[in-house]
Write a protein that binds this ligand. Structure first.
Ligand code: TXA
Ligand code: MG
Length: 346
């Protein structure tokens, strides 16, 4: 069983030996290994049962550490890093030859990010290699936001867990690339919605000289993702973030679809509820339920979302019902995750 520690030096020692260690970040826990060690990277795919076609993010301690991993750093990519790092923005950049094929799944670009967590920044500073780290869940399941979540999913498959407490943000990083638009203007293309909301990116880009364009990749924000979408964003092609219990996502508590689904349940069936600010009258007293933020704070809701899904999934319900969030900022990101989770059972 994985050893849980708060000791950065202990975690560094394991990683230098090529072992797998879960690490805290501001978004979700990652399952880390030496990102330049092909064998260790292979073990990550095994531990998660992750398809080898889905590439990994390399985590770095500072902007300078990106140099050796990429062929070239477009000026706008650097500007984005300076604004959003450390923080939940991942950039896709042309990979340097030294980056193992397994990390990028053979793709021409490598994903890099500088996480914003004191323990993991100290850990990265102590190492002379980047950490490859996907979210520390079993492939297809909900991402972990506490050390306990990691232990429950991967405890029997990894050496250690660096416990940095609950994740401050609770949603995975936003994945972007800087690309040349048709008119020669720089374009920032969003490949995965995440903890940096599209609105924040747009506001920042609008303030830059030449106002670079922000574009959502065609696979973003729709679910189930289109199998016809280009493989540039492989992670978007498979289902993600799903609890095992069937999940119904509703626009409002008086959604007629909800009434119909409840009416169709066998007698004695148990229903669990996930609300943003309130729960519906249909929720029986004592039924499993979670509120994401009684005061309607999207940041608080984001922090609680995955923990709430994991907890509700553990209650043995026949159906989980989640209320959609307001469709802006982090609400849009959470709706995207919930839509995918619901699509698994559709
Ligand atoms: O917040 C996060 O990003 C967390 C923490 C641990 O840093 N990590 C994370 O990793 O969410 P993962 O592997 O669960 O999701 C990374 C996403 C996937 O959708 C993957 O397909 C995409 O980034 N990605 C990674 N490398 C890529 C590449 N070279 N080209 C295109 N997409 C890439
Ligand atoms: Mg993941």
């Amino acid at each position: 069983m994985a050893q849980v520690t708060r000791d950065v030096q202990q975690a560094a020692e394991w990683l230098r030996r090529g072992e797998l260690v879960a690490i805290p970040t501001e978004t979700v826990y990652g399952l880390a290994c030496n990102g330049l060690n092909e064998k260790a990277v292979g073990q990550i795919f095994q531990a998660k049962s992750r398809p080898s076609t889905n590439p990994l993010i390399l985590h770095v301690p500072h902007l300078g550490a990106v140099q050796g991993l990429v062929r070239d750093l477009p000026p706008l990519a650097r500007v984005l890093m300076e604004r959003f790092w450390p923080g939940p923005l991942t950039l896709l950049l042309d990979r340097a030859p030294g980056v193992p094929d397994a990390v990028t799944a053979g793709l021409p670009r490598v994903a890099v990010r500088m996480p914003d967590h004191p323990l993991t920044l100290a850990l990265l500073a102590a190492l002379d290699f980047p950490l490859a780290a996907p979210s520390a869940n079993r492939s297809g399941y909900v991402s972990p936001t506490t050390a306990e979540h990691v232990k429950a999913q991967l405890g029997d498959r990894i050496t250690g867990i660096l416990d940095g407490g609950p994740c401050a943000q609770g949603l995975e990083s936003t994945v972007v690339a800087v690309e040349g638009g048709a008119d020669g203007r720089d374009e920032v293309v969003v490949y995965r919605l995440g903890a940096v909301p599209v609105e924040a990116l747009r506001a920042f880009l609008d303030g830059l000289p030449g106002s670079p364009v922000l574009r959502l990749h065609t696979a973003v924000g729709t679910a189930p993702p289109s199998a016809a979408a280009p493989l540039a964003a492989p992670g978007l092609l498979s289902m993600h973030y799903s609890p095992l219990t069937r999940l119904l996502l509703v626009d409002a508590w008086d959604d007629p679809q909800l009434a119909a689904q409840l009416a169709a349940l066998p007698p004695g069936a148990r229903v669990g509820w996930l609300g943003f600010t309130d729960l519906p009258p249909a929720a029986r007293p004592g039924a499993p339920s979670r509120l994401l933020s009684p005061t309607g704070d999207l940041g608080e809701a984001a922090r609680h979302l995955y923990g709430a899904l994991i907890a509700l999934d553990g209650t043995g319900c026949d159906l989980l019902v989640a209320h959609r969030l307001p469709p802006h900022d982090l609400g849009a990101v959470m709706n995207e995750r919930l839509t995918r989770a619901a699509a698994r059972h559709a």
